[in-house]
Write a protein that binds this ligand. Structure first.
Ligand SMILES: *Cc1c(COP(=O)(O)O)cnc(C)c1O
Length: 408
């Protein structure tokens, strides 16, 4: 008995050792770094203050007094934990208030909150689709939608990034194929894309995609993770910006980025939400998010929707444009930014890691993004500006970057 279990452990350890070596050897080693300060434009790492150009807290709400107060009040009124899943006894008032606020903000009939954007994607796509259906993903959608699509059992097709011709070819194929479950039944087709692509910062051609999905009778799910608070006249996202907000069937969002808190949500019709409450397994079989998170997220959405959100959004864009202009002036990046994400593609994994380390020596924190987050050989620095950065510190960053690189 004893010997068997020792052997089992050591073979596990050997296996892990060889897998870890492989990760190290390919320059893809990752490890956690302890941050000793709150989320913000500056952070403290290993006792050192650094300029932080990696935060998704675009509007600087994560430390906003109204979010802190809402979270503290929710703890006082509803406790630290929710005690059960939403369908048992964990569906607390802060969750319901958040969902009402989200539905109003997204101008949808209803919304449902999840413990993360990841679990919202997982629960929703697997509830919507089965083996008779087809799911069509943009090549660069977030891992949560890829994982959900795989888990759903639907036929998975990927179209080249933002390529409408490729998407239309797949839609034609999906509609022409013989459904396995009989001559009259036709499998459903779901297109999944992102408003703002999380590692490139570019936008989906949403108007054209809406036209295509209508013409081919497909459903459209839009992940607005990096667009909420950033794009659109009322900061509701890309669909609002492009005037097609009422054409999207299923909205996916996170409360952990511009909203300054944590959690994920789906917004859409009342029927959609009723159905997900009954069928989304990541919602049903998971303890309700802590009341503090729901209350902080509600405060964040309310701020985004109001005058302060407008002012912070204007500051964010001033900083993003300033950063991009400065980089362009120093021959470091070409494109005008479409979002708060400014990628500096380096290519080689080791070069990106090295550049990131040298920036850190100069007091600037920008992690290198590598495979599998982006394609192999497409390693990059992913820069994000926020409303709370000082324009001078962004200019200083570009000076240092220019000094450290020999990119043309
Ligand atoms: C961050 C992110 C998610 C996941 O949201 P979490 O709340 O962090 O789980 C989903 N989609 C995209 C595009 C994201 O960037």
């Amino acid at each position: 008995m004893g010997l068997t279990s020792i052997r089992a452990v050591s073979s596990l350890e050997q296996e892990l050792e060889s897998r870890l070596l492989e990760i190290r050897d390919s320059g893809l080693w990752r490890e956690l770094r302890q941050v000793d300060s709150p989320a913000g434009p500056r952070l403290v790492l290993a006792g050192r203050p650094l300029l932080n150009l990696s935060s998704n807290d675009y509007l600087g709400l994560a430390r906003h007094p109204e979010l802190l107060e809402a979270a503290a009040k929710a703890v006082a009124d509803f406790g630290a934990g929710s005690g059960a899943s939403r369908l048992i006894s964990g569906s607390l008032a802060p969750h319901h208030r958040l969902e009402g606020c989200l539905a109003e903000f997204k101008r949808c009939e209803a919304a449902l909150s999840f413990s993360s954007g990841y679990s919202a994607a997982l629960g929703t796509i697997t509830a919507m689709l089965g083996t008779d259906d087809v799911v069509i993903l943009d090549k660069r959608v977030h891992a949560c939608c890829v994982d959900a699509a795989r888990l759903s059992g639907a036929k998975l097709r990927v179209f080249a990034h933002n390529d409408l011709n490729d998407l239309e070819d797949i839609l034609r194929w999906a509609n022409a194929r013989n459904p396995p479950s009989g001559p009259t039944a036709r499998g459903h087709v779901l297109i999944v894309t992102e408003s703002v692509f999380s590692m490139d910062g570019d936008l989906a051609p949403l108007r054209e995609m809406v036209e295509l999905k209508n013409r081919h009778g497909a459903w459209l799910m839009l992940d607005e993770a990096h667009a909420l608070g950033v794009l659109g006249p009322s900061r509701r996202g890309l669909a609002e910006q492009l005037g097609v907000a009422d054409q999207v069937d299923i909205y996916l969002g996170t409360l952990g980025k511009a909203a300054g808190a944590a959690g994920g949500f789906v917004a859409g019709s009342r029927r959609l939400v009723d159905y997900l409450v009954n069928r989304a397994r990541s919602f049903i079989f998971s303890t309700a998010p802590v009341p503090a998170a729901a209350a902080a997220a509600e405060a964040g959405i309310r701020l985004i929707a109001g005058d302060e959100g407008a002012r912070r959004n204007a500051r964010l864009w001033h900083n993003v444009r300033g950063l991009a202009d400065e980089m362009k002036a120093r021959d470091l990046a070409a494109n005008a930014p479409a979002s708060a994400i400014v990628p500096l593609v380096v290519g080689d994994e080791a070069t990106a890691v090295n550049l990131s380390a040298r920036l850190r020596e100069h007091g600037i924190f920008v992690p290198a993004i590598r495979f599998p987050t982006v394609a192999r050989g497409a390693a990059r620095l992913r820069l994000t500006a926020t409303a709370d950065h000082e324009p001078t510190e962004l200019r200083n960053f570009v000076d240092v970057l220019r000094h450290l690189t020999d990119f043309p």
